[in-house]
Design a protein around this ligand. Structure first.
Ligand code: FAD
Length: 380
């Protein structure tokens, strides 16, 4: 065990919540340590989320636009895809931004430590390093350990033909037929990427519409377009079983009326939500208990039940979005610096980068109806 170090603010997790919090705290004059178990800074968003998916969606958009020009009398040859080159371009985008975060940390004298952090007490952490353990005592700690893909109980998780969003972004190959389980935004964005690269995509969604929870008027034009672009979209349908072999995956479906059928795919992308990273953090040693679904409860200042420990980002619940995490991070840092800050958003905007893109802010029409809130509707 190396000698104990002390910080005024320790941030666990260097995603868009954690690094924003660390930088704001340093800008406000605090001595800050930023810990992440990964060598590459930037968290899920930068390394295996927003940034690589948007880089690939950019390629998808250009391919689709070139195709659409046929209607205007301009015809391009079919694109040639050099997967290795696409992959290294995407990785170069990610790595440039990740290094940029390292430089921003250095410029602010934020000490970055790579290792897995666990609470020993409400004022002390142990960080498991590659070689050994580092003990850190702190005045304040901000937990920003984010989330990871949810798995489906009893479905294989370590088979190469059954992937999650992280696997899909690796772009291992371009499957001929891909099944996306889950019609949420991550599933639809990744489905759109693979569809543009030549895969026949099927989406299966348990709920009666794509993007459950989004405003129906917004979803309709997208659903119409995807219905044409994708091979199939099965709504009100669940996957009851998957049977992968070396060469294919047999998938068994069950419709809401009980009808059953099966189909064969090359790859299955499981995209059924994300769950918070709270395990192995030693939260019990800090005196923090979890709310329903495993999120860490906080007040508007982002304080947990233990007043010198804050929590921000995906680990505190929906909506799990990068800009929400960043803003919460700034609030936590400002509260620690005794500024009058609080996270009390009127609305949080959300964007889905499909084609057409969808964006909204505030309650949906359905929510207003459910809560009996009078509203006026405009459509154009
Ligand atoms: P994360 O980004 O999850 O970072 C947490 C960090 O904590 C990780 O680096 C992890 O290694 C580290 N960590 C965890 N436990 C420990 C520990 N014990 N010790 C040390 N380190 C630890 N959001 C948007 O707003 N727009 C988008 O377009 C968008 N696209 C997305 C596309 C995909 C495919 C995915 C998966 C997500 C997307 N998101 C998007 C969501 C966004 O990525 C998350 O909301 C955001 O990353 C949450 O940030 P965070 O700081 O809470 O945590």
């Amino acid at each position: 065990m190396s000698q104990n170090i002390h910080a005024e603010v320790v941030v666990i997790g260097a995603g868009p919540g954690g690094y924003a919090a660390a930088f704001r705290a340093a800008d406000l004059g605090k001595k800050v340590i930023l810990i992440d178990k990964d060598a590459d800074l930037g968290g899920v968003c930068l390394n295996r989320g927003c940034i690589p998916s948007k880089a690939l969606l950019h390629i998808a958009k250009v391919i689709e636009e070139a195709k659409a020009l046929e209607k205007s009398g301009v015809t391009f040859a079919d694109p040639t895809l050099d997967l290795d080159a696409i992959r290294s371009w995407k990785e170069s985008v990610v790595s440039k931004l990740s290094k940029g975060i390292g430089q921003l940390a250095e410029a602010r004298k934020v000490q970055v430590i790579q290792g897995l952090a666990t609470f020993d007490s409400p004022t002390q952490l142990s960080v498991k390093l590659e070689n050994g353990t580092q003990s850190i005592t702190f005045d304040n700690c901000i937990i920003a350990t984010g989330s990871r893909p949810t798995t489906i109980p009893n479905f294989p998780t370590d088979h190469p033909r059954i992937i999650n969003s992280t696997g899909a972004l690796k772009l291992g190959d371009i499957p001929k037929r891909l099944l996306v389980i889950g019609g949420g935004y991550i599933g639809l964005e990744m489905g759109s990427v693979y569809n543009a690269l030549g895969t026949q995509v099927t989406v299966v969604e348990f709920m009666p519409s794509l993007l459950p929870g989004a405003d129906e008027d917004l979803v309709r034009p997208l659903a119409r377009k995807l219905k044409k672009a994708f091979e199939n979209i099965y709504l009100s349908t669940k996957v009851s079983k998957v049977e992968p072999t070396d060469n294919e995956v047999t998938v068994f479906f069950e419709e809401s009326d009980g009808k059953e059928f099966s189909e064969i795919f090359d790859t299955v992308l499981v995209s059924v939500g994300r769950k918070p990273n709270t395990e192995n953090l030693g939260l019990e040693n800090a005196g923090i208990t979890l709310a329903d679904k495993g999120f860490i409860p906080v007040n508007v200042k982002r304080q947990t039940i233990v007043s010198n420990i804050y929590a921000i980002g995906d680990i505190t619940g929906d909506p799990m979005l990068a800009h929400k995490a960043t803003h919460e991070g700034k609030v936590a840092a400002e509260v620690i610096a005794e500024l009058p800050s609080a996270f009390e958003p009127g609305v949080i905007p959300a964007v889905i980068f499909t084609d057409p893109e969808i964006a909204w802010a505030g309650p949906t029409e359905m929510e207003l109806k459910e809560k009996n809130i009078p509203y006026e509707k405009g459509e154009f």
